[in-house]
Design a protein around this ligand. Structure first.
Ligand code: TRP
Ligand code: SF4
Length: 405
């Protein structure tokens, strides 16, 4: 079955739990910035998500929300192309979360791997809360609210997108069935004109009888190209292609970020919980200090002892920052003890400072114009709310709620 959205919308969120660091930049932000050239992007501050694990320290959330948006902007997220907003300012997310919770079996949530993993890993907080269990479903609501086609996430989040797909399928199964579905479909097909109607029926037949997925793509493309059909007819025809009913909430696809894993200054993955980060706002002296005190290959006790880059955490930074020719030279120098670790590290220090310079300039400019930042956020929230209100109206009606009048 393929009810995957064909649309061009990307949605992603980030939790406001402190200052952004190089791990966020290389792992997420660069990708966001790239995507905004080819997709309609919605990026948001997931403050409710942060509360599911940080309910005891709300000040972190309050302090980092606007700063996080500033860091996004300084890094190159473009508010002219992407819609930037704050989750809790669109309360429709909470309503959709509630409504979806009615049809979500408990077992689906209990089986999400992050649920047990995190509960076991994070011992200093009580995570046996209703909010924490429901957190992946809140994420589903975030995604389905905007009917996003694609969700850029790290591999720890793929299971959440998978859950979202299951919830969407269940929703469409319950509420996408109209009593006179077949008649409405026929009417909609006829509106496409003879030639397209024939192409559509052919594609559907080929897909349903032979499982020809190319035919399904042809069907989708055909619907995409129809300028004049109404949204609900489009949903019907999309749903009829694989015979389910109307597709109200399209199934999103996870977009796995292929990024270099950013090491921390201790050789583990860079993460706030390991206390090994370099913040985007880190000043040059502090960057220098952190890299200079990094551990290296333990075999290099003295300057004259040869080392092995493969056993050195600093080398992982070279993998991210240094060109092949220089890397070759440095590896040689390390193995023959012809360069010292201080010299080798200097390349990394220079690269990081160089990379962060324009970002830090941007941060300072935005910090000097907070009301400008707030307008960007306000406008983003308004645009997001427009979309969210349409979806929630549609969902309310389908679930028997008359909605506001
Ligand atoms: N759960 C994500 C995280 O912890 C953040 C998030 C919330 C998100 N809602 C989302 C990501 C929707 C993508 C789409 O990092
Ligand atoms: Fe690591 Fe470079 Fe020192 Fe070799 S020379 S141990 S790669 S820091």
């Amino acid at each position: 079955m393929n009810t995957i959205s064909q649309n061009n919308r990307v949605l992603s969120g980030m939790r406001p739990t402190g200052l952004l660091h190089l791990g966020h930049y290389h792992g997420v932000l660069k990708n966001w910035i790239e995507l905004q050239h080819s997709y309609e992007c919605f990026y948001f501050v997931a403050d409710w998500h942060a509360l599911t694990t940080h309910y005891e320290d709300p000040s972190i959330i309050a302090d980092s929300t606007r700063d996080m948006v500033i860091d996004w902007l300084a890094a190159g997220v473009n508010p002219g192309t992407a819609t930037l907003f704050i989750q809790s300012r669109i309360p429709e997310h909470a309503e959709l979360h509630l409504l979806l919770s009615m049809i979500t079996p408990l077992g689906w949530l209990e089986r999400v791997p992050s649920f047990k993993d995190q509960q076991e890993k994070i011992k200093d907080k009580d995570l046996s809360t209703f909010g924490f269990l429901g957190y992946p479903l809140l994420q589903s609501a975030d995604i389905l609210m905007y009917k996003a086609g694609f969700v850029p996430v790290g591999d720890d989040q793929v299971a959440h997108v998978e859950l979202t797909r299951e919830v969407a399928r269940r929703f469409n199964h319950f509420y996408g069935r109209e009593p006179d579905f077949e008649n409405k479909v026929s009417a909609a097909i006829n509106k496409m004109g003879k030639k397209n109607a024939r192409l559509y029926r052919d594609a559907r037949k080929r897909y349903q009888e032979q499982g020809d997925s190319e035919a399904l793509s042809i069907g989708h493309a055909l619907l995409e190209s129809q300028q004049h059909i109404s949204l609900s007819d489009r949903e019907r025809l999309l749903g009829y292609l694989d015979g389910e009913g109307r597709i109200i909430l399209p199934e999103p696809q996870a977009m796995l970020t292929v990024s270099s894993k950013m090491p921390g200054v201790d050789g583990q993955k860079m993460s706030k919980s390991y206390n090994n980060t370099i913040a985007l706002r880190e000043d040059p002296d502090s960057i220098t200090q952190k890299i200079k005190t990094m551990p290296t290959d333990p075999a290099r006790v003295r300057r004259t002892d040869p080392g092995d880059p493969d056993k050195c955490p600093v080398w992982e930074f070279h993998e991210v920052y240094t060109d092949e020719a220089t890397k070759k030279k440095l590896a040689e120098g390390c193995k023959t003890a012809s360069i010292g670790c201080i010299d080798c590290k200097q390349y990394v220090i220079d690269s990081i400072i160089e990379e962060l310079k324009p970002i830090q300039q941007g941060v300072n400019e935005y910090l000097g114009d907070l009301s400008g930042v707030d307008s960007i956020i306000n406008e983003g929230c308004e645009a997001a709310r427009d979309v969210a209100q349409d979806t929630i109206e549609e969902v309310r009606k389908l679930m028997g709620l008359t909605g506001r009048r």
